[in-house]
Design a protein around this ligand. Structure first.
Ligand code: BGC
Length: 737
């Protein structure tokens, strides 16, 4: 009793120390009352000011008119303005010179690092290591907050099944479960336990919703997705961010089943607010309110403001229709004051939650010390190497021997620092980035390395190919670095062909024809169609765009200091005509059968992928055995408990990602042939085994039923433990009511 009491008193004291400055004053009834009070004092113009986000100028500068708008209470948030001197100066105007002293919110796209750049998100997802994603997001938040930012437009959690779509690079790939796990990790990394902490920022789940389903993979294009597929495939990563406490959402550019996402009352209000109880801000994407006119669901800017705000978009990014037409709309009944107040309330709520009313300024001392620290750089190197996927390694070409006498480094991306950091690289600088050439030189010494570019990434010049062949012939080993330039994925970077661009395949063919050991290092932000390389290059290492430390990580893996253990977060097709191709497809009535012409396949290309989702090799080998189920009959409300033995059967330490899939064999709705429900990345020494335990929650067995309600149906299921989405060991189990 004594002891318990002491503990209780201790907890109370601790609470007294922590509460006033933290959660106590930033949310709850008191804050809601302060918000009511502020709203009651605001003019309509000031309210509309809170709903406006404007863009800065290049290099993080503000526009000349911003200071005055802030002083008059007519601007609530900006994007792209950064640097503590600027943000603090503007903040000072807001909190000292504006009538109601409401602080500003400064946003920026901090997607895979602010100054220290981590792998592009698709690459980082290939690590199958959510802790790495949480760590890199936390570092990104640390650096971003040090330059006066308090809001990042990340994570992008759009499921993408079409590699033509350039923005596939910004998400976690094709899978709903992997995407949800990474979505949660990234929100936690950016926001921590408390986004008000000086080294954290508020995250933004984007792009709500189905933006990744753009028809034909063309950016900004139409999407038409059934409600069931939305609920079962596209929604869950967003729901995971809400469950993780994400503060903001961004409404997408695309139209969705005929109703643009930035004017879609169903997705923005009925699902997000009413079903999921999200109480944060929805910001439009860049001018997506105004674009409702192009979509043909608004006659003019006034109409666009009415449609977007009543659908549930609280803040208008860059276009200014709320501001221009809000007062008129309230006057003539197009919008109610209550609707405006509700949007203002959500914005003020986040400003309180971020502690901006108490602590509006960023600490200038931190800006000088927080960026690109040795710890951040070391983390970038480690995480980059964890994201690499070994696709092929015939005759153990890799790892290369560090005592090799000479290495030819060939290819247009081998020394391309801008590409190493990829697109959406925050304020990352090419001059801080290590290219594969620089990394290899640092690893084995300059004298051993010859470099020949060979050709350009795009373009037709071939005159250096002969020189590259000579270099390969003269060297003990060749590292050929090919792929896409960093800017070939990202926004507005869709491609109709996903082959190696330019003359790179010609270069590869010539170099491989030398018969010397050639390791191909791929740099790209999307799956590429690389059937020739897969068939003919001795070794293939997928390295994405690895960030500031890309080249050092490449050298670590090529020379065996790190054993690669990443797995593909997305299917690699053989030909672009197979797209969309993804592992968790339905079985169809005529599943592909090579012996039956009238089955679902192609005449000219195999129906299977080149590399399946979840695939990746190691310098060692692993075996799975003895899949066990705790119970072979469970109820619809029970979890599945399973375990499997994994053994490193090779002679080096290495990582394996053990994956668990389920299939609902018979249901009222056709279910995918396989669905990822769990995974673990483990490191095992040579000969070492470990039994891994998995718990699959009952919800993971369910789906959206015929009545559009979530259901876990009794029946037979198949559980597979595997090292990729192809193959594995299986066990059946039964779900009973
Ligand atoms: C993109 C968003 C981004 C916004 C602000 C838009 O063009 O679609 O992802 O956050 O710009 O930069």
């Amino acid at each position: 009793m004594q002891r318990r009491r002491r503990t209780w008193i201790g907890a109370l004291l601790l609470g007294l120390v922590l509460t006033p400055a933290s959660a106590g004053q930033r949310s709850g009834p008191d804050v809601e009352r302060r918000i009511d009070d502020l709203i009651s004092k605001m003019t309509l113009e000031e309210k509309l000011g809170q709903l406006q986000m404007l863009d800065g100028l290049a290099e993080g500068n503000e526009r000349p008119e911003h200071a005055d708008l802030i002083r008059k209470g007519l601007l609530g948030a900006t994007l792209n303005i950064r640097g503590v001197e600027r943000t603090n100066a503007l903040q000072k105007i807001a909190v000292e010179q504006s009538r109601l002293k409401i602080p500003m919110l400064f946003a920026f796209d901090v997607i895979h690092g602010y100054r220290t750049i981590f792998p592009v998100p698709l690459g980082e997802a290939a690590s199958w290591d959510p802790e790495a994603a949480e760590r890199s997001a936390a570092i990104a938040a640390d650096e971003a907050s040090a330059v006066g930012l308090k809001w990042t437009f990340a994570p992008m959690v759009d499921i993408a099944r079409d590699p033509r779509w350039g923005r596939i690079v910004e998400g976690a790939g094709e899978d709903t479960y992997l995407g949800s796990v990474f979505a949660r990790a990234r929100v936690r990394g950016f926001q921590g336990d408390d986004p008000a902490a000086p080294n954290r920022v508020v995250a933004c789940a984007k792009h709500w919703v189905a933006y990744g389903a753009a028809e034909a993979g063309r950016d900004y294009n139409t999407t038409d997705v059934s409600e069931r597929t939305l609920r079962d495939v596209y929604f869950p990563p967003f729901k995971a961010t809400v469950d993780a406490g994400v503060g903001t959402f961004m409404s997408a550019f695309n139209d969705l089943n005929g109703v643009p996402a930035s004017g879609n009352h169903w997705s923005l209000t009925e699902v997000l607010r009413n079903e999921w109880k999200f109480d944060g801000i929805v910001v439009s994407d860049y001018t997506s309110v105004e674009e409702l006119i192009n979509h043909g669901i608004a006659a003019d800017g006034r109409d666009a403001a009415r449609v977007a705000l009543s659908a549930g978009v609280d803040m208008e990014m860059v276009s200014t229709n709320y501001n221009k037409y809000g007062a008129g709309l309230v006057k003539d009944g197009g919008l109610t004051m209550q609707q405006i107040d509700e949007a203002v309330r959500r914005i003020l709520r986040i400003k309180f939650r971020l502690g901006l009313f108490d602590r509006p300024y960023a600490d200038p001392a931190r800006e000088a010390t927080a960026l690109l620290t040795p710890e951040h750089v070391a983390a970038a190197r480690e995480i980059a190497a964890r994201s690499f996927v070994l696709l092929k390694n015939d005759r153990s070409v890799l790892p290369l021997d560090k005592n090799v006498r000479s290495v030819a480094v060939v290819g247009p991306l081998a020394d391309d620092a801008a590409s190493a950091i990829g697109s959406w690289a925050g304020d990352g600088r090419p001059q801080d980035a290590v290219t594969p050439l620089a990394g290899i030189r640092a690893k084995i010494g300059e004298a051993k390395v010859t470099y020949v570019k060979g050709c350009d990434v795009e373009g037709d010049a071939t005159d250096e190919i002969a020189k590259a062949v000579d270099a390969a012939k003269a060297a003990d080993a060749t590292v050929l670095v090919v792929g896409e330039a960093g800017g070939m994925t990202g926004e507005a970077s869709s491609r109709a062909s996903i082959d190696l661009p330019g003359r790179q395949l010609e270069l590869a063919k010539a170099v491989v024809a030398t018969g010397k050991p050639v390791a191909v290092v791929l740099m790209n932000g999307r799956p590429l169609t690389i059937e020739w390389l897969a068939g003919n290059a001795p070794a293939l290492l997928e390295t994405w765009f690895g960030g500031s430390q890309h080249g050092n990580a490449v050298a670590d893996v090529l020379f065996g200091d790190v054993n690669p253990g990443g797995k593909l977060p997305v299917t690699f097709p053989r030909a672009v005509g197979q797209v969309p191709i993804y592992y968790n497809h339905l079985n169809t009535g005529r599943p592909s059968d090579p012996k039956n012409k009238y089955s679902s396949k192609y005449l000219d290309v195999a129906w299977t992928p080149l590399y399946p989702f979840g695939y990746g090799l190691s310098y060692t080998t692993f075996e799975l055995s003895d899949l066990k189920l705790e119970a072979e009959r469970i109820r619809t409300t029970d979890s599945v408990r399973a375990s499997v033995e994994v053994r490193n059967s090779g002679s080096r330490a290495g990582d394996e990602v053990v994956q668990l899939y389920v299939r609902d064999l018979v249901a009222s709705v056709s279910r995918p042939v396989k669905q990822l429900v769990g995974f673990k990345r483990v490191t095992l020494g040579p000969g070492e085994s470990r039994r891994l335990d998995f718990t699959v929650a009952p919800e993971q067995l369910g789906f959206t039923g015929r009545d559009m309600k979530f259901v876990v149906e009794p029946g037979a299921f198949l559980l597979t433990a595997a090292t990729s989405s192809d193959g594995g060991i299986e066990k059946r189990f039964e779900v009973v009511p």
